[in-house]
Design a protein around this ligand. Structure first.
Ligand code: GUN
Length: 292
């Protein structure tokens, strides 16, 4: 079994991005990212801090907005519009999910598609479906695809099962894998909580991408001997043996699944760091395009 070291691959990519940032700076442009969090979900807060920190490490500009849970939709949309008009900001990310009183679609649709580094705006969703070169692709599936390429996992002709159908991961992941070209050309099945005989369907996968959002859901009987498993899950669960009383686990029951795999990503240190690297990549792209 091979462990796919997402952290190491992400660090290599961040070094490349740093060089691009330096080149942009020589031309007078500093890539700028605005990260907006509404409410005080601890996991979201940790992600937002990590995105902000990575920007600083790369010499990019970043603005972090941590708004109270009572923020109204109108206030949030007004902030997005202000950021749309701010020439120092090239990428806008509103952390998902927002509190229930906020209509997330309306907020996403307020973002200028040219600054939509999450790839959530309908214009970018359509561009991904069309395979347009200037699409902003959602960071997590883009990171998974890049990880497969960097790890030398051949997707062409492979049967990939994507477990999960979210707009953030499952749906765009399936679209990327079925596109022509590197990291694509796969035969894709999208499976989910309502799929009949889910374990049997997953067991047909040469590559299994677990993005169902349930801790350690994928057991050994979901995985074919010699398969590659990409674990997108980040779930905090109780664990009396740690100082904090909690630990992070993926959507895959790692201990029982890993021995069957040709290769597998760990949690943490797998897909997570790749997601942040792709966000930085998208922000540099946005800056390059907006700078003209
Ligand atoms: N919540 C979980 N993943 C993401 C992401 O990639 N972007 C945003 N905005 N929210 C998320």
């Amino acid at each position: 079994m091979n462990l796919i070291n997402g952290k190491a691959v992400a660090q290599k990519i961040l070094l490349e991005i740093r060089t691009e940032v330096e080149k942009l700076k020589l031309r007078g442009h500093v890539p700028g990212l605005a990260v907006v969090l509404v409410g005080d979900d601890p996991a979201s807060r940790a992600y937002v801090r990590s995105k902000d920190k990575t920007c600083h490490e790369l010499g990019m500009y970043s603005q972090k907005f941590e708004l109270p849970a009572a923020t109204t939709q109108e206030e949030l949309v007004a902030l997005v519009r202000k950021l749309n008009a701010d020439p120092a900001i090239h990428g806008i990310l509103v952390q998902s999910p927002p509190p229930p009183h906020i209509d997330e679609s309306a907020v996403i649709e307020a973002i200028d598609p040219r600054k939509d580094v999450d790839g959530f705006h309908p214009v970018n969703v359509a561009k991904v479906v069309l395979g347009a070169e200037d699409a902003f692709v959602p960071c997590t599936p883009l990171g998974c695809q890049r990880l497969l390429i960097e790890a030398g996992v051949e997707t062409a002709g492979a049967h990939v099962v994507v477990l999960g159908r979210s707009m953030i991961v499952g749906k765009p992941m399936a679209l990327l894998l079925m596109q022509k070209g590197p990291g694509g050309d796969a035969t894709v099945t999208v499976a989910h909580s309502r799929t009949r005989d889910l374990a049997a369907v997953c067991r047909t996968a040469d590559i299994l991408i677990a993005a169902i959002g349930k801790p350690e859901f994928v057991k050994a009987d979901f995985v074919k001997e010699g398969a590659v498993v990409i674990d997108v899950g980040i779930n905090r669960v109780a664990d009396a043996s740690t100082a904090s009383g909690t630990k992070l686990v993926g959507d895959v029951a790692f201990a029982e699944v890993a021995p069957k795999c040709r290769a597998i990503t760990p949690v943490p240190g797998g897909v997570g760091p790749m997601t942040i690297a792709m966000l930085m990549h998208n922000t540099v792209q946005a800056c390059t395009r907006l700078a003209g």
